[in-house]
Design a protein around this ligand. Structure first.
Ligand SMILES: *[C@@H]1O[C@H](CO)[C@@H](O)[C@H](O)[C@H]1NC(C)=O
Length: 282
């Protein structure tokens, strides 16, 4: 009735409605980038603070039995908390393939899009997707005297630094650490030695106090828990248990017999994952 009395053809009306909705969506378009949904960090000092922009990054360069699970799990977590998931499927480095995580970190830091970048090895699961990474960052930085001086949140296992799950601040200042770690590796290589990204980073923290001071060590269970099958723990000696945030099958081949040790553990622990309700964040 109304349409007829206004004498607007239905097609034109549809177009008007479409333009209106489209325009509104455009005006909302930058919201995601500036304030990821679901990561509202309320500053304890009562001031106004924007939610940190976070990227979760990993790479996988070959076919694996647990490809889908590891990808789905990280994607689910990133969506649930409004983080970006950045994935590489190729590595192009003259160093060992594990060094590619530093190349990725450098690339993401240089975009200036992120406050914190979370590296996860591909043989990891987020086993409690309710836990907010931003809460862990806040909690840990509150433990140090000058939180703004900290660029790296690392964890240890029984051998010291483990590079399987760590955070790097998305700030230009973080680049020097990466470049210095590369330099240590490259020098060793030129002299015929071999170093992993873990080795060169440990060496850097030993050699250079300024770099070491940029690092805060987080309890292993909080960010990089190992299962009891892989009993290589930091001094807290806390193995993964149901409800823990992250599970990392580090060096599973050395602890589990048979074919595909990591795949076996992935299958075993898949059912322990606490998922969110996708309808709330899809
Ligand atoms: C999962 O994490 C949330 C948030 O950290 C926590 O409140 C909850 O107790 C955890 N779940 C279990 C089963 O421990």
């Amino acid at each position: 009735m109304l349409l007829r009395s206004l004498k607007i053809p239905p097609a034109l009306l549809l177009l008007i409605v479409f333009l209106f909705v489209f325009g509104w969506q455009l005006s909302q378009g930058t919201r995601h980038e500036n304030s990821p949904v679901g990561t509202d960090v309320i500053p304890k000092d009562g001031g106004e603070k924007k939610a940190p922009r976070i990227a979760l990054m990993t790479f996988v360069t070959d076919q694996r039995s647990y490809l889908h699970l590891s990808l789905k799990n990280k994607d689910h977590y990133a969506r649930r908390h409004g983080h970006d998931l950045i994935l590489d499927y190729e590595s192009h480095t003259d160093r060992a393939v594990v060094f590619w995580k530093f190349d990725m970190a450098e690339r993401l830091i240089k975009t200036g899009k992120y406050d914190w970048i979370w590296w996860m090895d591909f043989d990891t699961l987020i086993t409690n997707t309710t836990t907010k990474l931003t809460d862990i960052i806040d909690e840990e930085l509150r433990k140090v005297e000058n939180p703004e001086e900290i660029d790296y949140l690392f964890t240890h296992d029984c051998n010291g630094f483990n590079a399987g799950s760590f955070l790097v601040r998305g700030h230009e200042r973080s680049l020097k650490f990466i470049h210095d770690s590369w330099a240590i590796h490259d020098k060793a290589k030129a002299e015929g030695g071999q170093m992993s990204e873990q080795d060169s980073t440990v060496q850097l923290m030993k050699d250079d106090k300024v770099s070491a001071d940029r690092v805060h060590v987080v309890p292993q269970w909080k960010l990089n828990a190992f299962p009891h099958e892989i009993a290589c723990f930091d001094p807290d000696s806390k193995a993964w248990e149901h409800g823990t945030f992250v599970l990392h099958f580090a060096g599973a081949w050395a602890h589990v017999k048979g074919d595909d040790p990591t795949g076996q553990l992935m299958k075993k622990y898949e059912h322990e994952i606490i998922w969110g309700d996708w309808k709330e964040f899809y």
